[in-house]
Design a protein around this ligand. Structure first.
Ligand code: 5GP
Ligand code: ZN
Length: 111
């Protein structure tokens, strides 16, 4: 989608530190980190909200989580991490393109 930040990063129109990229998704560094390590796993296909995902898109979220677990050391996540999806208005989702926050690199606060 033309005016979507994450689609524009994917196309190389906006610079970003991309740590991993394949046809299905990419992992980038968040521009405003909320932990020592704050990454975003972003599916390639522009889908704004989780309830708009088809079966393949829903499966992809599981695959991404599994891939992150396989890549944890490579990503610097040596002692655990937290995955978060902000969904919709109450979830304070700012970018309307589904993404998974990956937080770690330190002991995170309880919530
Ligand atoms: P949300 O609130 O939608 O779950 O999170 C959006 C995230 O995208 C925020 O953590 C924000 O810092 C990050 N973000 C917004 N614009 C950019 C950008 O241009 N580049 C990168 N790398 N991250 C961004
Ligand atoms: Zn998009």
């Amino acid at each position: 989608m033309e005016d979507c930040i994450f689609c524009r990063i994917r196309k190389g129109e906006i610079p970003s530190e991309i740590l991993y990229k394949d046809d299905d998704f990419m992992i980038i560094k968040d521009i405003n980190p909320q932990a020592k390590i704050h990454l975003l796993a972003i599916p390639t296909k522009h889908v704004p909200y989780i309830d708009m995902l088809d079966d393949a898109g829903a499966s992809l979220l599981g695959k991404i989580m599994h891939k992150v677990s396989k890549m944890q050391k490579q990503l610097g996540l040596t002692n655990g991490y937290r995955l978060i999806i902000n969904q919709g208005e109450d979830g304070r989702q700012a970018v309307k393109h589904i993404h998974i926050h990956i937080l770690g690199g330190e002991r995170l606060s309880e919530f």
